[in-house]
Every structure is written in structure tokens, then in C-alpha cells.
Design a protein around this ligand. Structure first.
Ligand code: DOR
Ligand code: ZN
Length: 488
């Protein structure tokens, strides 16, 4: 990681001698891809127009005081379940996106396991239309991979989605599950043809069925993790590695939970396979002791595992083996959660808590604040932006979208239910002392949220469509087109 200070932040502002800026974020510590240093951000027309070193001239215009704050790129959470359409009793897009802003997140990627699920392009477009005008944050959608229709992946218009989620094991909210080996094989082949990145819930249903046939449902939360053990995840990850090697499919394995999966995935990536993975905030924050002690709130799929797994996941985060951290924001109502282990749906809300819980974890592991800020900007900025082709997002750099999150790095505060913006109204982190708090969030160059006022202005989040599909004739280099013409 490059955190070495450098003397100057360039380039010199284009308009230094002329017109006003739309906003100047002044006096903060900038977390840029080139390093972490003091400076100001000049914003014009919704974009970062210049990064200016201390003492260099600044244009006139409205000021945002960032003294004592880290100035982070607006963060990306590439794994949320905002529950539209059909599950709005758990979460609304307004609530979910407000929770995102409070957690420094300005771009989310939403999952397809809704009612109905988004298993094809028309359903993704319909979802985007439902959300239009309701989101405080920019958004992109993961398509749902349908075991019965692999051809959808081969033909997917990248404007609609560039990634597709496949569930290899079932649970309460999984809409369709890849149970048969030939279905998974077909999906990997089709995704490779369509240049679609598969994002995977990699747990193996056959392993769980086999275990369930002997042991039945877990009777207590003590028994939950052993009921959904690491063997399911390890077997699934081994299959994923094999299929990625066979077909060349790009894969991103979600919510890696165990040391063994981490080792396998890191080795596969080192071999050069197009494999990356995500670690969630909750697998970094809790262990199976919490599930045994506190029950349904940390009943997750995949289950939260042992302290040694958590340590391996932290190592993956710090070493750069993990490309993204995600919240897997998966709200359920209190009534739904307060049930016996076999009936309670897995999942917890987390988009609001992700960055501060990881910040708290980084500092408590002795990571120095500038380095911690660079980690956050990589795992929730550059990492997901590059993986999913989110142009203009995830980097504090000239020309980027002016999405900015100001983090007070030392604020100590206790999380309680009254802080929760998610409609579900509860947090697994209630009672936690967090270090670090977002104080102001800017989207598209305008303040969208601050700690005192909450959301500021109307929801103006946009659907970030992917690149338009190249026209068939545009795919051929000019010389080839001429040759074709000549031979006609
Ligand atoms: O714990 C989980 N909850 N894991 C998933 O894979 C889905 C999610 C949900 O939608 O509730
Ligand atoms: Zn999820």
C-alpha cells in the first residue's frame, strides 16, 4: 500500500484563477489512491475538479470544513439486500439508502433475491423503475442466475448488469438454488461467454442435506454453527475453483467465513485464476460465541465461525488477499428473527455499521490511522469499483464523481437501536463502542447527509448502468470490416 507522504497534490486547479467552485472541502486529510495527505478538494459540476495541497490557492465558493476528518471517497458496498420489490416490510429503499449514507456509503450493489427475484433483464429494469426517485445513493444491480436458464447469462446486456449472483445452497430468502452439478457447469460456461462475473453464495446444498439427514434441525443457537459447518463452504469453494479453471469464468466469492476457504481462494488467485473474494463486516466482528450467546441476531448464512477463522479473515483483509468487504445488509423484522434457530431467517442489517465496525477493528489491531484509511478506501472503494466497473466511483481523484465521506477518526460512541436507519430497527452491534463516525457525506458534489440533520435534500441516487453493449459491427477492428466489404 502506498501511504508515503508526498510533497504536492497535483494537478493545479484548472480554474484556479477564475470561476467559483461549487464546493470546496477544506482542511481535511485526503485519502487518495496515491497516498494519504492533507489538502482540499475542489468540486465543480458534480466531479472532483482538483486536489489542492495546503497553502496553494483555492477558488472561491461554498466551504465544507473537514478539519480533523479523513476525506474518503464515497464508499461502495457491493453486497446489500434492500428488499425491493416484494419484501418492503423488512426494508425500504429510502431507509436502506439513508442507512448507507450514515455509514459513509454512496454506492450500493443490490442483490436479486426479492419477490419476484430479478432473474432476467426485464425484471432488473422493472426494479430500477420502482427505485427511481427513492434512493439517496447510486446503485447497480446483480442479476440473479437462474439454474434453468443459463442462456440469460450468455446474452446479458452489460447496461443492465455485469454480474450475476448464484446461490449454491438454499435458505429462507434464496429464490433459486443450483442443486445439480450440470446446472452450475452450464452457468459457469454461459457467464464466461457473456463476460458476466458470477458472485457466489458458495455453500454446498448436498453437504447440508447429507448432514441434515442424520442430525435434523438445530435445537438451540449453540448448535447453529455445527448445523451449517465449514465443510459446506469448503466443498463449494473447491467446486468453484475447478469450474473457474475449466471455463475461465470470472468469479467473486461472497461472505467467505472460514480459514480453509480463504486459503483455497488465495491460492487459486495466486495461480492466476480470475477469482476474487469478499469478507463481510459481521464475519470480521463476531464469532460463533456471539451466536451461541446472543442467538438469532448473528444467525447468518454462512454461519459465523471460530476466532481462528476471524483472525484468518482479518489477515486476508490486511494483506490484500480480499478484494472487497461487504455488509451483506440483510434486514429481517424482529418478529421474524426472534424464532427458534430452524425458523429464523439468516441475516442482519449492516450497511450503516460496515465501515465503522471495520475502522474500529483496524484501530484495535494496532493499525495506524492513515494506513487504516487507505485499507478502507481500497476495500470499499478501488476494490469494488474496479471489480464491477463502477466508473467514477471509489477513488478520490481528479475527474471522479464528487462522492465524499468525512470520517471523524477518533469519535467514540455507543451504538444503540435509536441510531438505526434500516426499517428493521435493530442492530447486531447494539451496545458496541465504535471508534470513528461519519459526520458529512457528499454525493454528486452536494451534501446529502450530515450527522446533525440526517439526509439533506431529495433522494437523487442514480441507477449506474453498465457499458452499452457494443454493436456487432463495432466489435470488428476497422481493417477487418474493410476486408469483409472487399470480399463481398
Ligand atoms: O444471511 C444471509 N441473509 N445470507 C444470505 O445469503 C441471504 C441473506 C438474506 O437475503 O437474508
Ligand atoms: Zn447476501
Amino acid at each position: 500500500m502506498n501511504t508515503a507522504p508526498s510533497s504536492r497534490i497535483s494537478p493545479i486547479p484548472r480554474h484556479a484563477h477564475g470561476d467559483e467552485a461549487d464546493l470546496v472541502v477544506e482542511g481535511g486529510r485526503l485519502v487518495t489512491p496515491e497516498g494519504v495527505r492533507d489538502g482540499a478538494v475542489v468540486i465543480r459540476d458534480g466531479r472532483v475538479d482538483a486536489l489542492v495541497a495546503p497553502g496553494d490557492p483555492l477558488p472561491s465558493g461554498p466551504r465544507l470544513d473537514a478539519r480533523g476528518r479523513y476525506v474518503l471517497p464515497g464508499l461502495i458496498d457491493s453486497h446489500v439486500h434492500f428488499r425491493t420489490p416484494g419484501l418492503e416490510h423488512k426494508e425500504t429503499w429510502e431507509n436502506g439508502s439513508r442507512a448507507a449514507l450514515a455509514g459513509g456509503v454512496t454506492t450500493v450493489m443490490d442483490m436479486p433475491n426479492t419477490r419476484p427475484p430479478s432473474l432476467d433483464a426485464p425484471s432488473v429494469r422493472a426494479k430500477a423503475a420502482l427505485i427511481a426517485g427513492r434512493s439517496y445513493v447510486d446503485h447497480r444491480f446483480h442479476l440473479g442466475a437462474d439454474p434453468d436458464h443459463p442462456e440469460v447469462l450468455a446474452d446479458l446486456d452489460p447496461a443492465v448488469a455485469t454480474s450475476a449472483k448464484a446461490f449454491m445452497a438454499g435458505h429462507h430468502t434464496a429464490p433459486v438454488v443450483f442443486r445439480e452439478a450440470h446446472q452450475l457447469e452450464a452457468a459457469f460456461a454461459a457467464a464466461a461467454r457473456g463476460n458476466v462475473r458470477l458472485v457466489l453464495h458458495a455453500e454446498d446444498q448436498h453437504v447440508f442435506d447429507l448432514l441434515d439427514s442424520r442430525s435434523g434441525d438445530p435445537g438451540s443457537y449453540d448448535a447453529y454453527e455445527p448445523h451449517r459447518p465449514r465443510s459446506g463452504a469448503i466443498v463449494a469453494v473447491a467446486k468453484v475453483v475447478h469450474l473457474a479453471r475449466t471455463h475461465g469464468t470470472k468469479v467473486h466469492v461472497l461472505h467467505v467465513s472460514s480459514a480453509e476457504e480463504t486459503d483455497l481462494l488465495a491460492a487459486a488467485a495466486a495461480e492466476g485464476l480470475p477469482i476474487t473474494f469478499e469478507v463481510t463486516g459481521h464475519h470480521l466482528s463476531f464469532t460463533d460465541h456471539d451466536t451461541a450467546r446472543r442467538g438469532p441476531r448473528t444467525r447468518l448464512s454462512p454461519a459465523i465461525r471460530a476466532p481462528r477463522d476471524q483472525e484468518r479473515l482479518w489477515r486476508a483483509v490486511l494483506s490484500g488477499e480480499a478484494t472487497t468487504i461487504g455488509s451483506d445488509h440483510a434486514p429481517h423484522t424482529v418478529e421474524e428473527k426472534n424464532r427458534p434457530p430452524a425458523e429464523a431467517p439468516p441475516g442482519l442489517p449492516g450497511v450503516q455499521e460496515l465501515a465503522v465496525s471495520v475502522w474500529t477493528g483496524l484501530l484495535s489491531r494496532g493499525i495506524e490511522a492513515d494506513t487504516a484509511a487507505a485499507h478502507l478506501a481500497r476495500l470499499m472503494g478501488k476494490g469494488p469499483a474496479e471489480l464491477f466497473g463502477l466508473a467514477g466511483k471509489g477513488r478520490l481523484t481528479v475527474g471522479a464523481d464528487a462522492d465524499i465521506a468525512l470520517l471523524d477518526p477518533a469519535a467514540r460512541w455507543q451504538m444503540s437501536a435509536r441510531h438505526v436507519h434500516s426499517l428493521c430497527g435493530w442492530s447486531a452491534y447494539e451496545g458496541w463502542m465504535f471508534t470513528g463516525r461519519f459526520t458529512t457525506v457528499v454525493t454528486g458534489g452536494r451534501v446529502a447527509w450530515d450527522l446533525a440533520r440526517g439526509t439533506v435534500g431529495e433522494p437523487r441516487g442514480r441507477w449506474l448502468q453498465g457499458p452499452a453493449r457494443p454493436r456487432p459491427d463495432a466489435a470488428l477492428p476497422t481493417a477487418d470490416r474493410e476486408l469483409e466489404g472487399a470480399s463481398r
